[in-house]
Design a protein around this ligand. Structure first.
Ligand code: IPM
Ligand code: MG
Length: 371
C-alpha cells in the first residue's frame, strides 16, 4: 500500500466544484489500486484573502511543501480585481510556484477525436494534433526586477523586466529535450530574437543545450510566427519550449485547439526538492460558479498527470485518460464542449459537472476490472 499526502487547494469560483470531482476520482482509485490518499485541504487565493487578508498563508505553503503532490483547482474573481497587486489571488499563485521552485510548467495539448467538432478550427487541420507546451514558470517578465509604476517627467511610467540567466534557460531547456526524447523528438524553441536581447541569449543557450541531445531536432521560431503556425498547422509541433509570458499566451491558444480551455491540464515542477503542482489551465470562471456547468475534465486530467509525474504510475494515468476518451466518445458533454442541436436533434448529450465526474469515475472502475 502506497500512502500519498496530497494538499488540495480548491480556491475560488468553479474551483470547489471541480475539486469535488477530483476527490471522487481519488476515492475510486483508492478502492481499486494500492493507494491510500491523505488529503489535506487548505485555503488559497480569494478564499484565503477573505479569511486572512492574504492569498497564500504560510500554513498553506508549508502544508504544500510537506506533501507528495499539490492539486490546485482555480483562484481569483472580480471581487479581488481592485486589490493592490501584493494582495491579489494571482500574486499568491506566483508565490506558490516560486515557493515550490516549480520552474517547469507542462501543458499537454491533446486533441480528442470526439471533440474535433467542438473546436473553431477545421477538423482536418486539427486531427491527431498532440503537442506539449513546456513553459518556464518562475522567471521572465513575471518575476523580473526592476518593476513598478513611477512618476517620471511629470507622468506615470510602468515597467517590468524580462530577465533570464543562462542557468535558468538551461534547466528549462533540458526539461523540454528530455520530454521530446520520449515523444516525437522535436523541440520548437520560442523567442523574439529579432528584437529582444534576452531572446538572443535564450536562443544561444537552447542551441548549446541541444548539443547534448543530438537525437532531438531543434527548431527556433519567433513568437508571433508561432502564434500563427499553431492555428495554421498545429500538427507540426511536438514540444514547444517557451519563456514564461510567451508560454502563457501560446498555451491558451493551444487550449482552444482542444475545443475548450476546460480540457487542458498542467503540471508544474522543479528539480524534485519540492512537490509538483497539478492544476487545470482554466481560471475560476466566476460567471458559471456553483451552477454545475463547469467542465471537470481539465481537473481530472491534472490528477492523471500527478500519477504520471509524481507517482511514476503510467497505468493509472492511462486509465484516467482512456476513461475520459470513452465518455467523450459516448457523446457526453459539459456545456463548453456541447454541440447545439441543428434541426432539434443534438449530436451530443449535455450533462453537468457532477454527472461528468460520476461517468468518468464509473468508467474508470469498469476499465480497471477489465485490466
Ligand atoms: C496561467 C494563468 C496565470 C499565469 C495567472 C492566473 C497568474 O494565466 O496559469 O496560465 O499567468 O501564469
Ligand atoms: Mg494563462
Amino acid at each position: 500500500m502506497q500512502t500519498k499526502k496530497i494538499t488540495l487547494l480548491s480556491g475560488d469560483g468553479i474551483g470547489p466544484e471541480v475539486s469535488l470531482e477530483a476527490e471522487k476520482l481519488l476515492k475510486v482509485i483508492e478502492g481499486q489500486f494500492n493507494y491510500k490518499f491523505e488529503i489535506t485541504k487548505k485555503d488559497f487565493g480569494g478564499i484565503a484573502i477573505d479569511k486572512y487578508g492574504i492569498p497564500l498563508p504560510e500554513d498553506t505553503l508549508n502544508t504544500c511543501k510537506n506533501s507528495d503532490a499539490v492539486l490546485l483547482a482555480a483562484i481569483g474573481g472580480p471581487k479581488y480585481d481592485n486589490l493592490p497587486r501584493e494582495k491579489r489571488p494571482e500574486t499568491g499563485l506566483l508565490g506558490l510556484r516560486a515557493g515550490l521552485s516549480a520552474f517547469a510548467n507542462l501543458r499537454p495539448v491533446m486533441v480528442f477525436d470526439p471533440l474535433l467538432d467542438s473546436s473553431t478550427i477545421k477538423k482536418d487541420v486539427l486531427a491527431s494534433t498532440d503537442l506539449i507546451v513546456v513553459r518556464e514558470l518562475t522567471g521572465g517578465l513575471y518575476f523580473g526586477n526592476p518593476k513598478g509604476i513611477e512618476v517620471k517627467h511629470g507622468e506615470k511610467v510602468g515597467f517590468n523586466t524580462m530577465v533570464y540567466s543562462e542557468s535558468e534557460i538551461k534547466r528549462i531547456a533540458k526539461v523540454a529535450f528530455e520530454i521530446a526524447r520520449k515523444r516525437k523528438k522535436k523541440v520548437t524553441s520560442i523567442d523574439k530574437a529579432n528584437v529582444l536581447d534576452v531572446s538572443q541569449l535564450w536562443r544561444e543557450t537552447v542551441t548549446q543545450v541541444s548539443k547534448d541531445y543530438k537525437d532531438v531536432n531543434l527548431e527556433h521560431m519567433l513568437v508571433d510566427n508561432a502564434a500563427m503556425q499553431l492555428i495554421k498547422n498545429p500538427k507540426q509541433f511536438d514540444v514547444i519550449l517557451a519563456e514564461n509570458l510567451f508560454g502563457d499566451i501560446l498555451s491558451d491558444e493551444g487550449a482552444m485547439l482542444t475545443g475548450s480551455i476546460g480540457m487542458l491540464p498542467s503540471a508544474s515542477m522543479g528539480d524534485g526538492a519540492h512537490p509538483a503542482i497539478y492544476e487545470p489551465v482554466h481560471g475560476s470562471a466566476p460567471d458559471i460558479a456553483g451552477k454545475n456547468l463547469a467542465n471537470p475534465i481539465a481537473m481530472l486530467l491534472s490528477a492523471a498527470m500527478m500519477f504520471k509525474y509524481s507517482f511514476s504510475d503510467e497505468k493509472v494515468y492511462n486509465l484516467i485518460l482512456n476513461s475520459v476518451k470513452n465518455i467523450l466518445s459516448q457523446g457526453y458533454r459539459t456545456k463548453d464542449i456541447h454541440q447545439e442541436s441543428r434541426d432539434g436533434v443534438s449530436p451530443t448529450k449535455l450533462i453537468g459537472t457532477r454527472e461528468m465526474g460520476d461517468l468518468i469515475c464509473k468508467e474508470l472502475a469498469v476499465s480497471k476490472s477489465k485490466v
